[in-house]
Design a binder for this molecule. Structure first.
Ligand SMILES: [Fe+2]
Length: 346
């Protein structure tokens, strides 16, 4: 496995680059905007293909690299369903599994530092964001933070993991790089409390100044979505309503770009072909499945995904591959459902 802990010294943020092998798919957790070129260089040197970029929560102390990485690599941006960001490519919730080739991360909803804080468990290690830090915990005094929720997330979720589980946080200000669940239970000064009330009291008396970047970072991090209106202007987008009206038309081929798990959980549009986004470039090349189906049937390929990002990138990829007659459903199946589009489950 390739596992790299990368540090941004300005915000003391740790980002994590994961892949199962050289030459394979990679995922990055909590990338920092100013470090994006460095990540891309490393990804290139290790011959990796970045497919997912994940934020554990909306950060207040640095601007996320999610949007820039998506624009430069066409990767899938991922956040939890509670994150109040305009658009990400994929949203995950408690109990979901986030996968790339050869790796799988369990999604744990661990609110408290913010109400959109998630941790990601990958076998013997857990990425705790700002929920659990090394000998510390993330502050709970803004972004809908809650010391009570954080106590529950830490004591009833994270500390229930095996003692030897390695803890990889989103920040460290003292130079520590990794800890374990057992070590934190015993030596984290914030966790030496006898009750939730004692924890709430402790957190209420920290009196921390606001992060320097907060007024810039939070609004920026809430607007990470791809600008889908450009495609609409070029006539390459269908609104969800237009898409509903075109259901069953013989000249249109609907293509669902989401993963199997998303289709099972959120339903799909009946009659749609399933072609997961990570394989789309290949499928659009001459000889590729979508290319051949489009040619053989003469139908216009209409991509859709969860929120319209993967489908927008697929339209661009199709154009680059010389397949001009495509479009996407703006806002994805989320928008489709919101205007009453029929969804097939199972
Ligand atoms: Fe944070």
């Amino acid at each position: 496995m390739i596992f790299r802990q990368l540090f941004d010294s300005t915000s003391s943020t740790y980002s994590y680059l994961l892949a199962s092998r050289r030459g394979g798919e990679a995922l990055i957790i909590d990338p920092v905007l100013e470090r994006v070129d460095r990540y891309l260089k490393l990804i290139n040197e290790l011959d990796l293909h970045l497919v997912k970029a994940v934020d554990t929560h909306i950060h207040a102390d640095h601007v996320t690299g999610l949007g820039a990485l998506r624009d430069k690599t066409q990767c899938i941006t991922v956040m939890g369903e509670m994150a109040k960001v305009d658009v990400v490519s994929m949203r995950v919730a408690e109990g979901d599994t986030l996968t790339i080739e050869g790796l799988s991360l369990d999604v744990l909803y661990t609110p408290g530092h913010t109400d959109d804080s998630y941790s990601y468990l990958m076998g013997d290690r857990v990425f705790t964001g700002d929920t659990l830090l090394i000998r510390g915990t993330g502050r709970t005094d803004f972004q809908n933070g809650s010391s009570r929720a954080q106590y529950d997330s830490i004591f009833n979720r994270l500390l229930k993991l095996p003692d030897e589980t390695m803890v990889y946080p989103a920040h460290d200000y003292k130079g520590d790089t990794v800890s374990t669940i057992g070590e934190e239970r015993r030596y984290n000064p914030r966790l030496q409390v006898r009750s939730v009330d004692e924890y709430i009291e402790l957190m209420a008396n920290l009196k921390l100044p606001n992060p320097k970047m907060m007024d810039v970072a939070v609004p920026a991090n809430m607007h990470v979505g791809l600008h889908q209106e450009d495609l609409a202007k070029q006539g390459l987008a269908l609104s969800a309503r237009d898409a509903i009206n075109s259901l069953g038309r013989p000249d249109i081929l609907l293509v669902d770009l989401r993963e199997a798990g998303e289709r099972t959980k959120h339903g799909t549009i009946s009659g749609a072909l399933h072609a997961p986004y990570p394989g789309i470039s290949e499928s659009l090349q001459p000889g590729g499945m979508l290319r051949e189906v489009a040619a053989a049937t003469g139908r216009r390929v209409v991509f859709f995904c969860a929120f319209g990002e993967r489908s927008a990138m697929a339209v661009a990829a199709a154009k680059n591959a010389g397949l001009a007659n495509t479009a996407h459903i703006e806002g994805g199946i989320d928008a489709w459902k919101k205007v009453g589009g029929p969804v097939a489950m199972g």
